[in-house]
Design a protein around this ligand. Sequence first.
Ligand SMILES: *Cc1c(COP(=O)(O)O)cnc(C)c1O
Length: 426
Amino acid sequence: MNKKYFPLDKNALEKLAQRFPTPFYIYDEKAITENVRRIKASFSVFPSYKNHFAVKALPNPYMLKILNNEGFGADCASYPELLLAEMSGMKGEDIMLTSNETPADEYRAAKKMGAVINLDDFTHIEFLEKTSGLPELISMRYNPGPLKEGNAIIGRPQEAKYGFTREKIIEGYSLLKTKGVKRFALHTMVASNELSIPYHIETARMLFELAVEIKEKTGVRLEFINLGGGMGIPYKPDQEAVDYQALSDGIQKAYNEILKPACLDPMNIRTEWGRVVTGPYGWLVTRAVHKKEIYRNYIALDACMADLMRPALYGAYHHITVPGRENEPLSETYDIVGSLCENNDKFAIQRKLPKIKTTAESGSGDFVIIHDAGAHGRSMGFNYNGKLRCGELLLRQDGSVVQIRRPETVEDYFATLDITGLKDFK
Ligand SMILES: *Cc1c(COP(=O)(O)O)cnc(C)c1O
């Protein structure tokens, strides 16, 4: 069991909603900072352990600054994400570029920043050399193919477009060595939202064994191994959060068994977790606007799948609570929906909830809190149907609230259209 919480009670929320009308995202800085410290404490046995927060999970420079202050770096997938990391104060090798099908200007930008470039394919060695020149340090992404079981969400590695095969990655280190590259790293990313500790330990073991093989076959001694992202969070109340210490202990055991005898100690360990860092400490705060009773009973919110895609995209479960009604019986069965013209615009399907009052009925409808939205939430949003995405708030350690992204306006929606020629356009 994990207890679903929300940091504000109904009265505090009413006050906040007067300043910042719903819908909005809100993130709990204190809880995120404590979580980061728990991760660091559990991994402190690896002396220069660093998590490169996956920027795509929560691409806001205020959040990146909080994480940077705690010693985390960033993992970026694009030029704008590199800029976000830089803007938040991260520098040089704090930043990794793990992109795929990477354009030349992205490589050039990363190289100029001194970020760690993580290559996605053998052919990119020559591409990088031609377009940007090779940096002193290079990381490569490994795809184990049939050698590793797939994870439910990300699928089977041999069907994934990412990374080098085992053969090619070894050839890659040899080639880079002959081209004068001095420092080397290894990376993989084979799971998404995976809660199984043995699965993640097995991934570490696989990479450690590969590091030994690389050393034997090419003479390259890796400087760090990046275990990737994909650590799961318990979206459902009956799931358990990952025990960081148990995970770290398991990785340490594999380290002692595989890396130490091969004289690859000390080896720096990195991760690039996103979801597990901020996911449980962010919420989409909405109000119930309409109630509709047809073949099913619907509650319609002022947010929609443009604000949070996961339920529509993956059928993902997000826990829902109604502040002020925590102690009421779950007497109703609702589909909780948004206003987009897509029938999969549903935050929950046939969910047992207390009876919800809507704005249409009572003037100001109940708040409806969508939990575990602190990662891969706002960032996945889109503007289909002319829907404007909501803003983001940060609950600071002292209890104050600041807006770290305003809601979109109609002007934002039209910002990329040049309508000056429209009048004369026939
Ligand atoms: C998405 C992604 C991550 C982060 O995944 P989480 O599930 O948020 O931990 C890390 N690295 C790469 C390369 C990714 O694509």
